[in-house]
Design a protein around this ligand. Sequence first.
Ligand code: ADP
Ligand code: MG
Length: 270
Amino acid sequence: MQNIIEFKNVTFKYDDNSPLLENLSFNIKKGTYSVLLGHNGSGKSTIAKLIIGLLPLKNGQIFVNDLQLNEENIDKIRNNVAIVFQNPDNQFIGSTVEDDIAFGLENRCVEQEKMPEIITKFATLVSMENFLKAEPSALSGGQKQRVAIAGALALNPDLLILDEATSMLDPKGKKEINEVISILRKNNPNMSILSITHHMDEAIIADEILVLNKGQIVKVGTPKDILFDQKLLEENNLLPPFVVNVRKQMLDNGLDIPLCFSIEELVDKL
Ligand SMILES: Nc1ncnc2c1ncn2[C@@H]1O[C@H](COP(=O)(O)OP(=O)(O)O)[C@@H](O)[C@H]1O
Ligand SMILES: [Mg+2]
């Protein structure tokens, strides 16, 4: 399987600080939903910025979809990577939902006549088709992030990066985004999704989780390998997912139930 992202011996530091990333190497396979998991300040957003060349790479190599990140390839790479960031209010650029989705298309010089169809298609994908004329102030955080995802997807990227895209949302908003991710994975099996988070409940549906700590990937594995490994989570300053916490409390109280990946499954097992 080919890689969508490859870091080779990347060392990065801000100004005169000690290196944040040190000799960092890892791969993310094409067509997967991968989660980069690390505590606050572990360098996740720095990695996202390095991938799209927003920070200077001085030591090591980065490849995105087999293209080496350098001056020659940077535009090609940026055209194939879309990022949704944390703050729903900072991402909303248009004055209405349809303007917002159109914004990226205009930047890519998509013909005006083709836009309505593209806008409707992606607004529908994130269940925002009835809000095309709505202004940002009329939308919840989750709805704004869904519009941001629609705008990103309309650009037809090979790689979608979600950098803490749900961390400012309430549980309902988080659930909405996770549902959109599930739909994307079904409909676009070739698109790679990298979710960057310190929040476990997103990691639980991943194909692969990479744990970042002290400038290194300390562990790569499936959700089962990682989210139920209490020692690993503690060592890396991560909190276990809700269902794992509940299960632990039950085990501590003598109620033996199997590993569960969702609240629904837990309820079912009970
Ligand atoms: N522009 C910057 N200049 C100096 N230090 C920075 C800058 N951006 C981030 N940092 C520091 O680098 C570390 C990692 O930041 P970041 O990549 O944002 O982590 P994360 O996204 O995992 O929370 C933090 O300690 C942060 O304070
Ligand atoms: Mg961050």
